[in-house]
Design a protein. Sequence first.
Lengths: 111, 531
Amino acid sequence: MSNDLATVIAIALSLIALGYLSAKDPKRRRVYRRLPVPDQTVVKLAWIVVLLPGVLLLSFGQTAPFVIWFGGTSFLGCVMSYRRPDQNDWVWRLARKTRSVGRRSLTCPRK
Amino acid sequence: MIKLSTKQTKRLVSIHGWSGVFLGLLLYVVLLTGTLAVFASDIGTWSAGGMKSHEPLRQPLDHTIRALAHEMPQEYLEEITVFYNSAGHIVVFFHTHAVNPEGTFDEKGVLTELHPESHRPIAQREGFGTELFGADPAGALDEFLVELHVNLHLPDPWGLYATGLLGFLMLVSAISGILIHRHLIADLFVAPRPWNRLLHARDRHNLAGTWTLPFAILLAFTGAFLSFALSLGFPLLSQIAFSGDQFAMMEALVGTGYEENAQPAELANLDLMLSLSAQHAGSPPESFVISNYGRADTQVIVFHPPKDGAMVGAQNTFDGISGSYLGLKPGIGTQPSLGNWVFELILPLHFGTFAGLLSQLVWFALGLAACYVTLSGQQLWLDRRLDDANWCVLRRLVQIVGYGLPLAILGSTYGFFLSLPAKQTLLWTPLGFCLLGLASIGLGVLIREKELASKAFHVAMTVLLVLLPMARIAAGGPNWIWALSSNNVSIVLFDTILILIGLCFFFTISRIKPFVLLEKQTLEPKAGHEQ
């Protein structure tokens, strides 16, 4: 795998975890009058997922991809947080739709 | 959360705010031009009409260098620097070292530009390095942008002092920002709240500032270091440690690593050395230097960009007579050291060109974010003083400079392309910048209503950006068919990006309107939308 591809995957992984953190962030939810998330244990796990690609890149001696990952994640994380929760609702609708389509296709039809 | 007393917080807010108000617009100029300078080499290639050959130093050069050296005065054989310019032409600079008329340490010699494939001389000029390197009409645009970023086109050393101070200002703003922002981590995901103008302005400034904080500190520190090292550090060092002898200082800093031997001797095969160096470095040669050509102490240093995954490039040293590989040469001194390691890391971290397009894109994005933080900070300051008529001038100025600078840069690009056929780019590039800059000031002064002025600026940006690729082709630049067939994809990419940015400006015109407050209730969760 080329270094560029590895860096892009690392940034994407961190962003997915940041997206989750952003959606579950207590202050963001409070400010935008959303119900708080009672269980915060997954949040700690999500932070580990955010940082893991960077740790992996460094441990493999990939200093340049690490620096790019750090910069890219910071910038895209900022862009993602800039959007209001109501502007991101389509992501959740899409996720729910995908989940229901997936469930339907996996369920055996009744005879 | 960092706890500060109310008095300390007030003082820090004042430092943060007033420093931004006084020098924020100049900082914005340095930041935006620096953001564009990340692509300086690509802008150079794009404006020069593409690379005529890729990796020009991979081709056999031994015979050409020997033939050129044969015609040169003996004193200019002290050092030969070979590299390639934005158009892919090979540049060979035979030179010695001397003090120029301004009294600074310089290179003096003959610069020859060669066709990358036939090695036929295209141009030849003689003089001091500071004059010769800025005299290429094809490189006027990228040179102009880089100079604007590095020294604001002020005379030396005042320009470097100014940009160095602006680097420190950015550092002060970043650190004071950390201290006054009490909920740095807690506010990391809070999107700008649209139900209050001030809150909205503060949130967007804080959000962008917080996420890009490590890079703001990094860019500010490295930028200030580079400015002051050149303008203050080296002259002071030469005065203190070398009694003002700049030659001795440079020799001690760079390190020769060989013993003087003026006996005549023949240079070993240069092509073999270059090929061996590429094998050691894992990347093609970017440039090379031959010291003491024709003498028994000839040394060849080959410079390479970083190999895949690395931050720093390599400098391989060869014995010029036997052609044997002597090892890696540190940038400073002759032995690896912590100082050299830090110095070599500062350059790629500031320039962002260490990993090709990907690192350039990230640095470009972070640069734009820094511009946004600067302008949004000023906007926040002005929004807090909306009823105060004394701040009216600055309010207009922020808008004029905010839009006017990109417009003026576009003006310099038009000036460059329109004067390229007559080879008058060195005059018209800065003139185009000034003309569009003045037009922007006129536009900002004449249209008093803020939203209307913004719309006018957006229209101007759209027109200039969309028409720029056409102006480039009309000025004799290559069309897309040639660019694609000659592997100059970056030209097509640049043109497309310019048109897309222009269209973005066009589609955002309708969104420019006075700040509309959104009610909190409209953002309350609806049934089925709650996660």
